[in-house]
Design a protein. Structure first.
Length: 347
């Protein structure tokens, strides 16, 4: 078949279309270059790119899942156990690990099942109860004899603490707890990603569950201006630095999509409200005032039902990523918790 002949007008249209595509690609390249330079110039990039090295060990959970654990600081220091959140890894605590270990604390941090260097869950089980069992395994293996730990969790990490408290002897293992940027139920009902009127609740729930929490779609393997903007809007307050946003974004994209989705769905179905009163040690609750994922309404409700609330801290102009955005305040809260419970030992 003979190809149709291009007229002068057709040729001009083809030429201008080609030039437009080339210009768009060039402009996109310039935008991406500027984006990467902004991250590279951020002084926090060097700090986040050089996390302290811990002493690695492996802990096996009740169902056989192998967990990667690292210990930082002096072995004779008071123990603080850090539990990271959804799609994160133990390096998420980089600021807090460095600050606490420099103050003489023995810091234990681990990768949650399916995250970082830990194994995927045996049998694909990512129920919130399994995360509580993982914490029990770490406490049993890593807290020294006759010691009680201060345990702190961010987001899913704090949910793990609540799930653990529901089925274990809290006061036999820990002397204080910190619940950071978290909720124990009704996550979709109260999130602020889509501030729609109440008439649109069904749309809000569908988008939140299938477009965010339960989304199995692989994410871009490198940061783009669009992906960066989405992560900043969802997870951070307006004062977070470019390197801090990119640091979490990298963790997010390397978390396996099936793990991300299974845990997201488990969190959407979670109801740990009855577990909160079982956390019978002094407990600090901390949240960012601008947290879109677990807004302060969650923190206030948790605080109301804690038997021994130490403090409720709401940090202004702060999003969901409190240990990254406000590490000084998080560290200070943990140091204070450790100080007020310093005399407690296992009887």
């Amino acid at each position: 078949m003979r190809r149709p002949r291009l007229t002068g007008t057709d040729h001009d249209r083809w030429l201008w279309a080609g030039l437009g595509t080339a210009a768009a690609l060039a402009a996109g390249g310039l935008v991406e270059t500027a984006h990467m330079r902004k991250i590279a110039r951020d002084p926090e990039r060097k700090v986040l790119g050089s996390p302290p090295e811990g002493r690695a060990q492996t802990v096996r959970s009740a169902d056989g899942t192998s967990l990667h654990v690292e210990v930082f600081g002096p072995e004779d220091g008071a123990t603080v156990v850090l539990v990271h959140g959804w799609t994160e890894a133990l390096q998420y605590w980089v600021y807090v690990i460095r600050a606490m270990s420099e103050r003489g604390f023995r810091v234990v941090a681990y990768d949650q099942r399916g995250h970082g260097s830990s194994e995927p869950a045996h049998g694909g089980d990512y129920a919130i109860e399994r995360f509580g069992e993982d914490l029990e395994a770490v406490l049993s293996a890593c807290v020294l004899d006759r010691q009680l730990a201060v345990v702190a969790g961010h987001s899913l990490g704090a949910m793990s603490i609540a799930a653990w408290a529901e089925h274990h002897d809290v006061e036999r293992r820990v002397r204080a707890a910190a619940l950071l940027s978290t909720g124990v139920g009704d996550l979709i009902a109260e999130q602020l990603l889509l501030p729609l009127p109440s008439i649109a609740n069904a749309v809000n729930r569908a988008v939140s569950l299938y477009g965010f929490l339960g989304n199995r779609t692989p994410l871009p393997r490198y940061s783009t201006p669009l992906s960066y903007a989405a992560v900043r809007y969802i997870a951070f307050g307006r004062h977070a630095s470019p390197a801090q946003v990119a640091f979490f974004e990298r963790m997010l994209v390397t978390c396996p999509p099936d793990v991300r989705a299974k845990i997201g769905i488990a969190m959407s179905e979670m109801d740990l409200h009855d577990a909160v009163p079982r956390l019978t040690v002094p407990t600090t609750v901390l949240v960012g005032a601008d947290d879109r994922l677990t807004p302060p309404s969650h923190a206030r409700r948790i605080a109301e039902h804690l038997p021994r609330l130490e403090k409720l801290i709401i940090l202004p102009e702060t999003g969901h990523m409190t240990p990254l955005e406000r590490p000084e305040e998080v560290t200070a809260a943990l140091v204070e918790l450790a100080a007020v419970t310093a005399e407690r030992v296992v009887v």
